[in-house]
Design a protein around this ligand. Structure first.
Ligand code: SF4
Length: 209
């Protein structure tokens, strides 16, 4: 993810998180604004050295305005706890802030397009500039490919440290719900993924020193 000057903010970083959030709440920079209930903003410690970034809001998040507020959030809370972390210790956000609904099945989400991600980059850049994390964890392949550049190979590089945006030490790990989705068909692999996700989060916590 290339670090760009923030449109609307000039060469200076945004003033504070409240003003950044206030502007984002009414954002109509991409078509996701047409189908959202509300903008899903971030949560957690605004001064945390550890930032976790998922791909985008779930349908539940679209109603609460909070990231990882539905079933995915329950899994995230469990793996954070297993790694000795909690939401209060991290800064949690998403690459895009409005739910990306499937056109013919609005109860389910789709991957955001590059145009939608690019439009929303202004807000995420602002969050990076204000929080100034040392360590970045990308939750899932889509977030990793967007944040760590498109050449990132999730299968080969998951759990490895790489250079991230805004001078972060970055790592990609599994999307919290991935193991849940495959458990019915492949419980053994689901267990492996769940354990790997916890180990990755432990590494991220340890990297903070
Ligand atoms: S997804 Fe981001 S850029 Fe698109 S409307 Fe929502 S806040 Fe704006």
């Amino acid at each position: 993810m290339t670090n760009l000057t923030l449109p609307g903010f000039g060469p200076e970083p945004p003033k504070d998180m409240d003003s950044l959030k206030k502007q984002a709440m009414t954002c109509t920079k991409c078509r996701l604004s047409e189908t959202r209930t509300r903008v899903t903003w971030s949560m957690g410690d605004l001064h945390s050295p550890l930032m976790l970034v998922g791909q985008g809001p779930s349908v539940t998040d679209d109603t609460t305005g909070l990231p990882y507020s539905g079933p995915a959030g329950e899994v995230l809370d469990a793996v954070l706890a297993a790694a000795g972390l909690s939401r209060a210790m991290i800064y949690l956000t998403n690459c895009h802030k409005c739910v990306a609904r499937q056109k013919n099945d609005p109860a389910n989400v789709r991957s955001a397009t590059k145009a939608e991600l690019s439009a929303c980059k202004e807000w995420l850049d602002g969050e990076f500039q204000l929080v100034k994390p040392k360590v970045l964890v990308c939750l899932g392949a889509a977030a990793a490919v967007w944040l760590l550049e498109r050449a990132f190979d999730f299968e080969k590089q998951r759990g490895e440290w790489v250079q991230g945006p805004f001078n972060t030490r970055a790592m990609a790990t599994y999307q919290p719900t991935y193991s849940t989705r495959i458990r019915e068909h492949d419980p053994e692999k689901a267990d492996q993924i769940h354990r790997a996700l916890i180990e990755d989060l432990k590494k991220a916590a340890a990297a903070l020193g």
